[in-house]
Ligand binder design. Structure first.
Ligand code: GDP
Length: 188
C-alpha cells in the first residue's frame, strides 16, 4: 500500500502555507462518483481520519518534486461550484474518470473539449486519470483506451487507485512537473 505520508515524510514541508510564487491552483474535474474527493483527500493527507475536521473542498499542501518545493491548492469543487468558473480559475487540471464506468470516460472527453474552449489560447497542463484501477473485474475502460484518449487530447495519462493509494503520489508530482515544463518554456 503506497502511502504518501510515510514513504516520503520529508516531502511534506508544510500544510496551509501560502508562499505564493510557487503556489498552483489545481482543479479536479469529472463525473460524480469517479473518486475526485478520495484522490484530493489522499493528497491532503486527511483520508484516513474519519473524525478529522473537514477542511472544506480545498487541500493546500507543499511537496518537493525533483528537489524543489511546490505548493498546490487542490480544488474538489466541480460538483458544487459554477462550472464555468472552474474552467477559468485553474493553473492545471486533473480530469478523472472511473475505469469501471464508460460513461464517465466519455464525460472526460467532453470536459477536455470544454476546457479547451474555455482556455483557447493557453497551453494548460492537464492529466487524464483513470481511477479505480483496483476494480479489475468491473473494468469497462482499458488502459489502452485511456492512453489513446490522452494522445488525442494532448495530455498526460495515469491510472490510479485511491482505494490502494496506487499512483496517487505520482499523479500530483506529475502535475507539478507539467506546470514547470510550461513555465520553463515560457521563460526561455
Ligand atoms: P467523487 O464524487 O468524484 O468525489 O468521488 P468519491 O471520491 O466520493 O468516490 C465515490 C465512491 O467511489 C466512494 O465510495 C469511494 O470510496 C469510491 N472510490 C473512490 N476511488 C476508488 C478507488 O480507487 N477504488 C475503489 N474500489 N473505490 C473508489
Amino acid at each position: 500500500r503506497e502511502s504518501w505520508a510515510s514513504d516520503s515524510s520529508d516531502s511534506v514541508i508544510s500544510s496551509g502555507s501560502d508562499s505564493d510564487s510557487n503556489l498552483y491552483k489545481v482543479i479536479l474535474l469529472g463525473e460524480h462518483g469517479v473518486g475526485k474527493t478520495s484522490l484530493a483527500r489522499i493528497f491532503g493527507g486527511v483520508e484516513d481520519c474519519s473524525d478529522a475536521e473537514e477542511a472544506g473542498n480545498t487541500y493546500n499542501r507543499s511537496i518537493i518534486v525533483d528537489g524543489e518545493e511546490a505548493s498546490l491548492i487542490v480544488f474538489d469543487i466541480w460538483d458544487q461550484w459554477l462550472q464555468n468558473h472552474c474552467m477559468k480559475m485553474g493553473d492545471a487540471y486533473i480530469i478523472v474518470y472511473s475505469v469501471t464506468d464508460k460513461v464517465s470516460f466519455e464525460k472526460a472527453s467532453e470536459l477536455r473539449i470544454q476546457l479547451r474552449r474555455a482556455r483557447q489560447t493557453e497551453d494548460i497542463p492537464i492529466i487524464l486519470v483513470g481511477n479505480k484501477s483496483d476494480l479489475v473485474r468491473s473494468r469497462e475502460v482499458s488502459v489502452d483506451e485511456g492512453r489513446a484518449c490522452a494522445v488525442v487530447f494532448d495530455c498526460k495519462f495515469i491510472e490510479t487507485s485511491a482505494a490502494l493509494h496506487h499512483n496517487v503520489k505520482d499523479l500530483f508530482e506529475g502535475i507539478v512537473r507539467q506546470i514547470r515544463l510550461r513555465k520553463d518554456s515560457k521563460e526561455d
